[in-house]
Design a protein around this ligand. Sequence first.
Ligand SMILES: *[C@@H]1O[C@H](CO)[C@@H](O)[C@H](O)[C@H]1NC(C)=O
Ligand SMILES: *[C@@H]1O[C@H](CO)[C@@H](O)[C@H](O)[C@H]1NC(C)=O
Ligand SMILES: *[C@@H]1O[C@H](CO)[C@@H](O)[C@H](O)[C@H]1NC(C)=O
Ligand SMILES: [Zn+2]
Length: 472
Amino acid sequence: MWLTNLPRLALLMVLNCFAAVAYGTERQAEPKEDERNASYWMDQAQQQLDVRLLRSRKAGGGDIRVARNIIMLMGDGLSITTLTAARILKGQLAGYSGEESQLAVEQFPYSGLSKTYCTDSQTADSACAATACLTGIKTNYGSIGQSAQGVKVESILNWAQDAGKATGIVTTTRLTDASPAAAYAHVQRRSQELDIARQLIEDAPGRHLNVILGGGLGKFASERSDGRDLLKQWQTANPDGCFATTLLELHDCSATNGSLLGVFSDSHMAYHLAASREQPRLRDMTEAAIQRLEQAPQGYFVFIEGGRIDHGHHETRAGYALDEMLELDEAIEMAVRLTNPNETLIVVTADHSHTLTMAGYANRGTSILGLDLSQRDLDGIPYSTLNYAIGKWQSLNKAGKRESPGPHLSKTSFTPSYILGKGVHSGEDVAVFALGPQSHLFSGVMEQNLLPHLMAYAACLGQGVTICEPPP
Ligand SMILES: *[C@@H]1O[C@H](CO)[C@@H](O)[C@H](O)[C@H]1NC(C)=O
Ligand SMILES: *[C@@H]1O[C@H](CO)[C@@H](O)[C@H](O)[C@H]1NC(C)=O
Ligand SMILES: *[C@@H]1O[C@H](CO)[C@@H](O)[C@H](O)[C@H]1NC(C)=O
Ligand SMILES: [Zn+2]
């Protein structure tokens, strides 16, 4: 096998060299071993930043504003189809046709695409993707806050704290779930959530956070077997701190000015569609976080995640995913309303995509969670406006033939899929939207790990080039 393949391999290498010369492109010839090293990604991102700075200087530059504050909002699993479908749902819920409706990010002046692959995986999970978004390096699927070699890396929250800024994290998932964990934890596997919780309360940058809001109470106390009560530890370390478990208690905390810890559920917070009124909405948590952090004399960095868009998609219930996206949309609106775009950089993106599609030529105004009334498959059976490529329900009758999903479709039902399987992520690029100081840098196609380097440039954080210390 090896011997017979050898000449072919050599030929391929020759052809590749030829291709690189022929097209004048610099082929990524680095062996994967280099990508396992954090400094590979830090250097690569700084080079991309240089290219962008040169490009904007050639175009006349112009934006000399420094970001005092940064708000990074992430939709977990927020694919571009999810954006389009949620926009239509937003319009339809308001009584319109829907397609002409607008999401909050449509007011943002700059947007681009982010490449989400990880060091060992074409399609990302939240662990490696959020690590790229928050630490500036790519790593292995499932790893958090460390390189593929297992070397720990700092996150932009460390950089912000070093610069004297206040910091916060907000999520609708467990606080120890992969995306928020990438802001403060270092683990090889995302399933090490008990250790992630410990790192949040005991280690830097977690123990210096001014705002922590989300779900997952169990990981801090009841599910532990190491004798720690991390909530008590937090209260001891933060005597002025305010601890909330409901929306009312969160409101009561606004009369205090110490650190804020809100944990609103044992595991993930309930989907907005299924939540009680006691549970704060993402926009409530966003408001509480910004009001607390804006008191900081040197500004702040806050990471805010709509984490359950992803869960709706994994369950292949598009209605849940879209509703969670509209919750994020209201949080984005809140962030824009409470801040001044001359001093606050707002970046909205996703960690990875999902397999939701809008296939076919549905008429204008077709119910986005309903049946496409104008079309049928080759057997004459109608199909839904939205479908998943891979999922748990195919709308088959007893004979195994597809039947109309129409009678089953609702805002909480399963959405049909083509291939029977678990709802999965997908590997295509995701969107990035930016508003505020240096937002022009967030355009074109970006490696995902470039994002924190761009934010650090705009707010003068970290070890790389910043607008406060531009390259010579
Ligand atoms: C990672 O890369 C840097 C810079 O090239 C090098 O100095 C360092 O030794 C590498 N680390 C490992 C563990 O290979
Ligand atoms: C915070 O609250 C305490 C007690 O109400 C007060 O003494 C202190 O001045 C406040 N600090 C700030 C920075 O507002
Ligand atoms: C932002 O700065 C510009 C230029 O100084 C000014 O005209 C504008 O009013 C400012 N916007 C806000 C919301 O402060
Ligand atoms: Zn997922």
